[in-house]
Write a protein that binds this ligand. Structure first.
Ligand code: PHE
Length: 401
């Protein structure tokens, strides 16, 4: 079933290429037939796609992101757009699923004829959308996918020409968690509990392990689950027997919420540490207030940052949506602005020119930090460490790269 779905997605991607292949889009200076189509099709608007997790296992991530993008869009268009032309957003729901992320990308590119795409959130979903972007030569900017493979092909070690990100990467994020666990929590023995179905989770586990062992810590238990699992007690019991000082769970809120609740029910009182995947109001709902204590996670930004640029954004977002912007919202707001500025710099909705402008992104002052993209299409940004005690979230510290 799963295989069939993936094959169908691959076929759809190939068809997408087929439809556009006759355009000779190889040259980097000449506007391609494809891009002329795009501008012609849009008339007075320039279409940008948003491929996000609007339903499914990580739906709060996708919805926050699209909220952030819409705020950026409104501001950008009000400020004059691209030489008077407005940008129009076309959203597609990838249902928090890799095969669906491929389908959504294909639809945006071949049917909606967007000139660039924002999203998805999850690394595995971006990796599933990547072949469609690359083959059709449409820039993809992810606001939040942190796995290194997203922008650099591990097989060739080459930067993927059409893929960009505006967030930090997991070798940094995992190392921050390792240093915090060892130095601040004084942990010497760690257990790692990883989501085997997620590139994000596996990459973060690897980074934590390498950082923690380098400091002299020991990994006493490595266990795995897969997304959508609901009963973690047997494995947590195994972890408990190893008596770790800290449990690192680099995964998303839906499973993490259940893991935290069940760990506490089993009497595991140790600190539980994780990454940006904890950042959802659903975490508290699922774990419950009393279980959500002695819990720490690395993240990209916090509303508790008192800097004017953050506070101004928080106010605008709250006025528009009546809720606090989480990191996903702030990240996507920044990613959208970076992309819109690149389209403006390109001056025409030519994907090749947009890609070149994206690659040249320098000193962009965002809500989540200053963004300069390096040769691997990654920015260098700081992380924050957040702490939950009895369900209440607190800003613990900021870690510079
Ligand atoms: N970094 C996660 C990934 O790559 C996505 C994410 C980012 C989730 C920010 C929450 C907050 O899959």
């Amino acid at each position: 079933m799963k295989v069939r779905k993936t094959m169908a997605a691959a076929l759809a991607a190939l068809l997408g290429v087929g439809l556009l292949a006759g355009c000779g889009s190889g040259s980097s200076n000449q506007p391609t037939a494809k891009s002329q189509d795009n501008s012609a099709a849009g008339g007075d608007v320039i279409k940008v796609g948003a491929n996000y997790e609007l339903t499914g296992g990580i739906a709060t991530f996708g919805n926050s992101s699209v909220n952030g993008i819409k705020l950026a869009l409104e501001e950008f268009n009000q400020a004059g757009g691209v030489n008077g032309k407005k940008i129009e957003l076309v959203t597609a729901d990838n249902k928090s699923d890799a095969a669906e992320a491929t389908n959504a990308m294909t639809k945006l590119v071949t049917q909606d004829k967007v000139v660039a795409v924002l999203g998805p959130v999850a690394s595995s979903n971006v990796l599933a959308a990547e072949p469609v972007a690359t083959q059709n030569q449409i820039p993809l900017v992810t606001s939040s996918a942190t796995n290194p493979k997203v922008t650099v092909d591990p097989a060739t070690n080459k930067t993927r020409d059409w893929i960009f990100r505006t967030c930090f990467i997991d070798p940094f994020q995992g190392d921050v968690a390792a240093r915090f666990s060892f130095n601040d929590l004084k942990a010497k023995k760690a257990a790692i509990y990883v989501d085997q179905s997620s590139d994000y989770s596996k990459g973060l586990a690897e980074a934590f392990k390498s950082g923690f062992t380098k400091l002299g810590g020991e990994i006493v238990s490595e266990e795995a689950f897969v997304a959508k699992d609901t009963d973690f007690k047997a494995t947590l019991t195994k972890i408990k027997a190893k008596n770790p000082d800290v449990i690192y769970v680099p995964a998303y809120y839906e499973e993490v919420g259940k893991i935290i609740r069940q760990a506490r029910e089993l009497g595991l009182t140790q600190p539980i540490v994780g990454g940006d995947g904890f950042d959802s109001p659903k975490l508290l709902e699922i774990a419950g207030k009393s279980a959500l204590t002695n819990v720490f996670f690395t993240n990209h930004y916090t509303t508790m940052d008192t800097s004017p640029v953050v506070q101004e954004f928080v106010k605008k977002y709250k006025d528009k949506y009546g809720q606090e912007p989480d990191a996903l919202a702030a990240l996507a707001y920044d990613a959208a602005k970076v992309l819109f500025e690149a389209i403006k710099t390109a001056g025409t909705p030519d994907p090749v020119k947009i890609k070149d402008a994206l690659a040249a992104t320098k000193d962009f002052k965002g809500v989540t930090g200053t963004i300069t993209l390096d040769a691997q299409h990654n920015p260098v940004k700081s992380a924050v460490i957040m702490e939950y005690n009895n369900g209440a979230l607190k800003f613990r510290t900021r870690v510079e790269p």
